[in-house]
Write a protein that binds this ligand. Sequence first.
Ligand code: IDP
Ligand code: MG
Length: 140
Amino acid sequence: MSGNRTFTMIKPDGVEANNIGNILQMISDAGFTIKAMKLKTLTTEQAKKFYEVHAERPFYMELVEYMTSGPIVAAILEKDNAVADFRTLIGATDPSEAEAGTIRAKYAESKAKNAVHGSDSDENAAIEGAFHFSDEEIVG
Ligand code: IDP
Ligand code: MG
C-alpha cells in the first residue's frame, strides 16, 4: 500500500518570486493537508546532507549554493497516494518538459531553479520529513 505523506520545499526561487501563497494554494486545491510547515534558510551543511544522493552529479555544488541562497518553505503534506500525486502536481524537473498547469510549469525558472521539491518515494518522504521536523512540530 502506498503511504499518505510526502515532503516538499518551496525552493529559494519560489520564495524570492513571492510565490509561496500561489504554490500553497495549488497544493491545498489538489487535496493535500499541511501537517507541518516552516520558513528557514538552509545551512551549506544541511543542503549538502539533504542532496547527498546527488553528490557525484556535476550540478551538486550549484544545487547546494542555490538551495542556501535564500529561505525555503519546508512542509509535510498528507493525502492518499501522497508521493505520486504530489510528483504529478509539481511536474517534470525541467519546467520546459513539465505538463501545463503543474506547479513547475507555472512557477519554475529553469531545471535548476525549479520552484519546488517533492519526495520520490515513501521511504524518502519519511527520511526528508524527519530531517526537517521533530515529532512535536508535526500535528496529529
Ligand atoms: P527532482 O527534484 O525532480 O526529483 P532530481 O533529479 O532529484 O529532480 O534533482 C534534484 C534537483 O537538482 C532538481 O530539482 C534541480 O533543482 C537540480 N537539478 C537536477 N538536474 C539538474 C541539472 O541538470 N542542472 C542543474 N540542476 C539540476
Ligand atoms: Mg529527486
